[in-house]
Design a binder for this molecule. Structure first.
Ligand code: DGP
Length: 112
């Protein structure tokens, strides 16, 4: 399967690694939309949050267990936002589930 984020997880494409454990890999977004902009992805390929099911839900739990540690390591003590885009209407450009962690400033109040 030709998947950009699978290639990043494997190390075939370089990335600014922030965190890694057995379930997930976090790295800096190539086009940051906030002073801190990091992506957290499952190591296994899951197409989007719409593909979460009873078989893979434990991985999502592991990701959300890792996120506070990742946020702390990025200095986001004052808060942050987590976003995941899904499908065409959600403007998902990479079809491998990823959670954007955005912070480092007061974020806009529109778009949730
Ligand atoms: P989304 O639009 O939700 O699918 O977000 C995809 C994000 O992935 C976008 O913010 C830019 C980021 N991105 C795309 N290609 C690369 C890459 O090669 N390296 C890194 N670090 N980030 C990438």
């Amino acid at each position: 399967m030709d998947c950009l984020f699978c290639a990043i997880v494997k190390g075939d494409i370089p990335s600014g690694k922030v965190y890694e454990d057995e379930s997930c890999y976090a790295f800096l977004d190539i086009a940051p939309q906030a002073p801190v902009h990091c992506l957290v992805v499952p190591k296994v390929h899951i197409a989007s949050a719409d593909a979460i099911n009873s078989e893979n839900a434990h991985i999502i739990g592991a990701i959300f267990t890792a996120i506070p540690k990742i946020a702390a390591s990025l200095g986001l003590a004052n808060g942050y936002r987590i976003i995941t885009n899904i499908g065409e209407d959600g403007a998902q450009s990479v079809k491998h589930l990823h959670f954007h962690i955005l912070g480092g400033k007061k974020l806009p109040e529109n778009i949730v």
